[in-house]
Design a protein around this ligand. Structure first.
Ligand code: DGL
Length: 264
């Protein structure tokens, strides 16, 4: 596998674009192949076995594109489908998820504190954050299932979004937290709104910077950092939607060519 091989990134929809953006900002020479499984969105409402099925198909697609690394840019899939993704890829392909970089940061920076985590039902019910952090902090977890579809529909920074977000953050489960982990890759798009509601009394964290740094570290270790981008980034969806096209343009500031691929 050459250093110019692409980085595969996938999510159920636009959430993983926040990860793709962080990767491009840190590693502008890398070619990205993005897959948004818009046909099966939201993953957070699906069973673990369905998410595993979708993730297997997408990983096989990214493998067929000869990706040197695959980023599972979805907490729901990272919670329940990492093993099947690993089994689908070659051993030499780097595999990263969005949960470990964030929990590693929290373990060392919020030791013995109370932290909150919000995410989809699939993520919160899997207990993955609670299990990874339980020996280091007290974890208060809340599923916030309306947020990803709300963001996917473009409801950001308006009355509807602030009412829904505020309602969730006022849930007594989250009382007394020192930090809030955004356990869904859609949520960085409402990071500012959450900060505003908390008036900066709670530290709000997402994993995007950490996952990009981890990717850089691992590519450096195996001497596979690209020194220039040879091919354009590619964006695929399983169901072409206007909102995805809009968001991709918003994130990457250019007219991206969106291709539809039906996998299952
Ligand atoms: N962005 C995803 C996550 O991080 C999934 C949202 C959804 O499809 O429900 O969990």
């Amino acid at each position: 596998m050459s250093a110019s091989a692409p980085i595969g990134i996938f999510d159920s929809g636009i959430g993983g674009l926040t990860v793709a953006k962080a990767v491009k900002d840190l590693l502008p020479n890398e070619q990205i192949i993005y897959f948004g499984d818009t046909l099966h969105l939201p993953y957070g409402e699906k069973s673990a076995s369905s998410i595993c099925r979708y993730a297997t198909e997408i990983s096989a697609f990214l493998k067929s594109k000869n990706c040197k690394a695959v980023l599972v840019a979805c907490n729901s899939a990272s919670s329940v489908a990492l093993d099947v993704v690993r089994d689908t890829l070659d051993n030499e392909t780097i595999l990263l998820n969005v949960i470990d970089p964030l929990t590693d940061y929290v373990k060392s920076n919020f030791k013995n504190n109370t932290v909150g985590v919000i995410g989809t039902k699939a993520t919160i019910n899997s207990n993955v954050y609670q299990d990874k952090l339980k020996e280091h902090c007290q974890v208060k977890a809340l599923s916030t299932p309306l947020l990803a579809p709300m963001i996917e529909e473009g409801f950001i920074n308006n009355k509807i979004s602030s009412t829904i977000i505020e309602e969730y953050l006022n849930n007594p489960v989250l009382e007394g937290i020192k930090a809030l982990l955004l356990g869904c890759t859609h949520y960085p798009m409402i990071h500012n709104e959450i900060d505003r509601i908390y008036e900066n009394s709670v530290t709000v964290l997402n994993s995007n910077t950490w996952i990009a740094l981890e990717l850089k570290k691992q590519l450096t270790l195996i001497d596979k950092l690209a020194d220039r981008q040879e091919k354009l980034d590619e964006f695929y969806v399983s169901d072409k939607t206007d909102s995805f096209e809009r968001s991709t343009r918003f994130f990457f500031g250019q007219a991206v060519k969106l291709k539809e691929v039906k996998l299952i």
